[in-house]
Design a protein around this ligand. Structure first.
Ligand SMILES: Nc1ncnc2c1ncn2[C@@H]1O[C@H](COP(=O)(O)OP(=O)(O)O)[C@@H](O)[C@H]1O
Ligand SMILES: [Mg+2]
Length: 526
């Protein structure tokens, strides 16, 4: 745990840098907000304020209470205790409609647009004036275009929402809030779905919105983003406000320490690729997606013993289908997949596993565990039929429990007991459980999809270390991740997937984030 004295200087905002913000009444003042869910204290007496003209970040691990605090503000939850004042006036916000009337806009993690309507229709939806004749829609369209132009929000206003890219949909949500004259704009993890270049565009728009006098709340658990965009940063941990820092007073280290409550050194040592034997060789792999589309279009790749190959890309470019086809849980369309020279493409999952593949899936709750089974049962899912756990057809209970206990300790899985249902564990601990199970079989090839998505920083660092350890022990490791920082820090080689193909490769030691980001957006250097 942190020495309380060590952080005390961080507890308060540096008065020198923010004097200009403190002269005026804050746009928003939330005081001592407490919100309980059954068994969870999601917000515990949290103070939070936003001044006109600033971007104020809410920073913290998954589950820290960021979304809850802003859902209270947006009238989606009633707080159990606490007060909200807008422009210095105490107010009750009983619904999103009430929040909108008070000038609050919220861009959710998952967009709330109707796919089959146009951009303008979506923005008009719920406006009183839109119930009138058609001319109203035309008026809405005109104003939407004006707003889009003046704020640098590129959107095709007449397109149907399903035709838009994710970045465009997000811009529609922002336009929708601006159309309703949002003066306080909350963005809940807006960068999670964007390419690095889209993130840059978004940040430019947000800076401009703040410069025009609005107050912005930017929710993120990514320290680099928070440092890049924000004027002030409030850190939440386990429902409590740990502190509020000005941008000038904050550093990467101080923020991460405040977030996790102790010092972690997240840097991964990068060893050069060992250049071993070819463990996994894909050739011309073609796979269809759920809607019958060609999701993977002829992918060739090789992973050697002792190297980590990272596949970068924005979600939905065939990465999921690629992983599932290798693991044997999705039928391939064509091509070949060799593990140690043996064809496994199209074989059932247990045969692929027997050939040496360990698989940590993206959909952990669906494909990685049986949520209702206990921790011990989940640890034994794939191994229980083999010696030393089974003898003459009987499971050997004591051997199994000892083995499970060892795995839980070795992988630091936080669980009340081996008999706890896996569904009760946090995301980070479920991921550690899956890793423990998969690595205990000493795989030849390790395939990990989204190793740390939705996981707190402490568990993520731990998982990164174990992946590097596997690499150093000679395993061929293939990582698929939408988190560019993760791919850059872990991989010995990077492949970028775009629209089902590997459209480029990068060397993480010499390539820049921007160069990889361009490939992720489908831009191939000429
Ligand atoms: N509707 C809900 N019902 C029960 N528990 C919830 C609900 N929403 C959030 N929680 C719990 O409250 C805590 C804070 O969650 P959340 O605000 O979503 O965190 P963050 O946005 O920082 O990741 C978590 O433990 C979460 O599981
Ligand atoms: Mg959240």
């Amino acid at each position: 745990m942190t020495d309380p004295g060590a952080l005390s200087h961080l507890e308060e905002t540096d008065p020198r840098t923010l004097s200009h913000l403190e002269e005026a009444v804050p746009l928003l003042q939330m005081s001592a907000i407490t919100k309980r869910f059954p068994g969870v204290l999601a917000n515990d007496g949290v103070d939070f304020d936003v001044a006109a003209g600033e971007v104020h970040a809410l920073f913290g691990e998954n589950g820290a209470g960021k979304s809850t605090l802003m859902r209270v503000l947006y009238g989606l939850y009633r707080p159990d205790e606490g007060k909200i004042a807008i422009n210095g006036k105490a107010t009750e916000i009983s619904s999103p409609a009430a929040a909108i009337r008070q000038g609050i806009g919220m861009i959710h993690q998952h967009f709330m647009l109707v796919n089959t309507l146009t951009v303008v229709e979506n923005i008009a939806l719920g406006l009183k004036s839109s119930r009138g004749p058609l001319t109203d829609l035309r008026r809405v369209a005109k104003r939407v275009r004006e707003l889009a132009d003046s704020h640098g929000l590129k959107v095709s206003t007449d397109a149907l929402v399903w035709q838009l890219s994710v970045g465009e949909r997000q811009r529609v949500e922002i336009l929708k809030a601006l159309y309703r004259d949002a003066n306080i704009l909350v963005l809940d993890e807006p960068t999670a779905v964007l390419t690095p270049n889209e993130v840059d565009d978004l940040f430019r728009v947000l800076r401009q919105l703040a410069a025009a006098g609005r107050g912005l709340v930017f929710i993120s658990h990514k320290v680099n983003e928070v440092l890049e965009l924000s004027d002030r940063i409030t850190v939440l941990r386990a429902g409590r406000r740990v502190g509020t820092l000005s941008r000038e007073a904050a550093s990467r280290e101080s923020l991460v320490e405040m977030m996790v409550g102790h010092d972690i050194s997240a840097e991964i040592r990068q060893a050069p690729a060992a250049g071993g034997d070819k463990r996994l060789v894909l050739a011309g792999l073609t796979v269809r997606g759920d809607r019958g589309q060609e999701a993977v279009r002829g992918v060739d790749l090789t992973v050697e013993s002792g190297e980590i190959v990272g596949i970068a890309g924005v979600s939905g470019n065939g990465q999921r289908e690629l992983a599932e086809a290798i693991a044997g849980i999705r039928a391939p369309e064509g091509g070949s997949a060799l593990i140690d020279g043996k064809e496994v493409l199209g074989a059932p999952p247990d045969r692929v596993r027997a050939a040496g593949l360990a698989y940590v899936p993206e959909e952990r709750m669906r494909d990685g565990i049986v949520p209702d089974f206990s921790v011990a049962e989940n640890l034994m899912l794939v191994e229980s039929g083999r010696p030393p756990f089974s003898h003459l057809g009987f499971l050997r209970a004591r051997t199994i429990r000892r083995h499970c206990q060892k795995l839980v300790e070795e992988f630091a899985v936080k669980t009340p007991s081996l008999d706890t249902p896996a569904r009760n564990l946090s995301g980070g601990n479920i991921q550690k459980l899956i890793m423990a199970r998969e690595l205990s079989g000493r795989p030849r090839v390790l395939l990990v999809a989204q190793p740390t998505r939705g996981i707190d920083v402490g568990a993520a660092t731990y998982i990164h270390k174990r992946l590097v350890e596997q690499r150093d022990a000679g395993t061929a490791v293939l990582i698929i991740s939408e988190d560019l920082d993760e791919v850059m820090s872990l991989s010995d080689r990077i492949l970028v997937m775009f629209e089902g193909r590997v459209i480029g490769t990068a060397d993480p030691r010499t390539s820049t984030r921007e160069a990889v980001g361009l490939l992720m957006a489908g831009v191939v250097p000429s």
